[in-house]
Design a protein around this ligand. Sequence first.
Ligand code: NAD
Length: 493
Amino acid sequence: MDLRPLQNYIAGQWVDAEHSSLLPVENPSTGAIIGQVPLSTSAETHRAIEAAAGAFPGWSRTPVARRAQYLFALLELLRKSEEEIARSITEENGKSLTDARAEVKRLVENCEVACGMPVLQQGAKLIGASDGIDGEVLRLPIGVFGMIAPFNFPGMVPFWFLPYAIAAGNTYVLKPSEQTPLTMQRIARLIAQTNLPPGVFNLVHGDRTVGEALMDHPQVKGLSLVGSTRTCQAVAERCTRNRKRFQAMGGAKNHLVVMPDARVEEVVRNLLSSCFGCAGQRCMAASAIVAVGDATYDAVCQRLIEAARRVIVGNPLDPAVAEEPMLMGPVISAKALAFVHQMIDTGVREGAQLALDGRGVRVAGAEKGHFIGPTIFTGVKPGMAIHSTEIFGPVVVVLRAGSFDEAVSILNGHAYGNGASIYSQNGYWVRRFKLEVECGMIGVNVGIPAPVAHMPFGGMKASQFSQIKAQGRAVIDFFTEPKVITERYWTET
Ligand code: NAD
């Protein structure tokens, strides 16, 4: 295990970080220390920004097809390293290898989509906007962009932005989560192998100090944050004050509505991975089930509890369980585990029924891991703290609704609006659900309605603090200025 402090990557060089302190990086399954991350200073962050600013003029003038070639080279390296990256994710985050491999696939998919930038970045021209006047929209790169990443998808989430930003001609400074910095470190080594011109991509490790330095620096033109809603609020305020464009994608409480005509057996099989995959630490995790009608409610509760008992809780790198299809690892830290426990106590105090209690799970050989088993509350009422709060652990609340309309009003009354799914074979209810539910991503008989990389990813309400979503064609609007030209020439005589 290499416990030397991670280095930053600035101006094409790996450098020892100027830092205020070092933070241990923990394997949440075993409690073992697997790295040390420097909390870089503002001055160090400024050096990365200045490197990116210095690289911008040359990079933005590089033909887009040539810029995309670097991504093709990166794709090849990523594909060869898929398993290694997945293992790194599992080691520092604790999700199962199955979940980590799926994360890597989506990361690669985003890189593939960004390779289409020569087509995606094309502008538009309107001949004859007025008499003898043409209108034209250019989609121009803007400058230095920053990104602040969360712990739960250490590889994929940065790739919702990074490949698009640089393919569009911008330069970049990325700050991984200080809790899971090792995966991006590994990927940055691959980026370095593509011989991208120095300064186009920079990696700075640290905590909010780095994020704040990015937001305050005049040469940073825009910032993407993915994190908790509280962090989104802080970032939205700071970026607005500093007149920077920003994307801030926040917390969630995703509801799955089960209609009386749903195929309950299939639904429960589908629910299981939505609720307990990644130990509930996905922004698209299903954390609230709304069953419509008493019979549906009873059937869902009974079958979900039975199925959840069969989820294997274990160290995802233990060969004895690593390839189990429904394996659940730990939550990220002792602090996160304590919060989940606190919320379970709250649920009991609020009068919900703790139908399955995951506390007290012991994983042999991994006693220092932050494990908790699947936990299910039934009889939950809208507005209880266990319903209104993002718990970000394997805790599911089940609510009963008397009708479709009541179910929709439970969802729309919630502060978050990231994803929501309906289970039904009936097109009438499904159509209304798609149109009426105030969430950015909707699933129909799909437990995790996370869009593929070609489509926009993002929520509504407290789940997203900006209009432009991540990945696909949508994010290119964030990384380009739609400069509009109105043009006329007088007649030559
Ligand atoms: P977090 O908000 O604690 O941290 C996210 C990042 O922000 C970290 O890199 C952290 O160092 C940095 N940060 C924290 N405070 C900051 C500040 N004041 N200024 C600048 N930077 C700051 O989130 P987390 O615990 O790492 O991630 C989990 C959260 O992310 C959950 O709420 C989850 O729902 C959310 N998430 C949302 C999406 C989405 O698409 N909406 C996707 C993944 C995760």
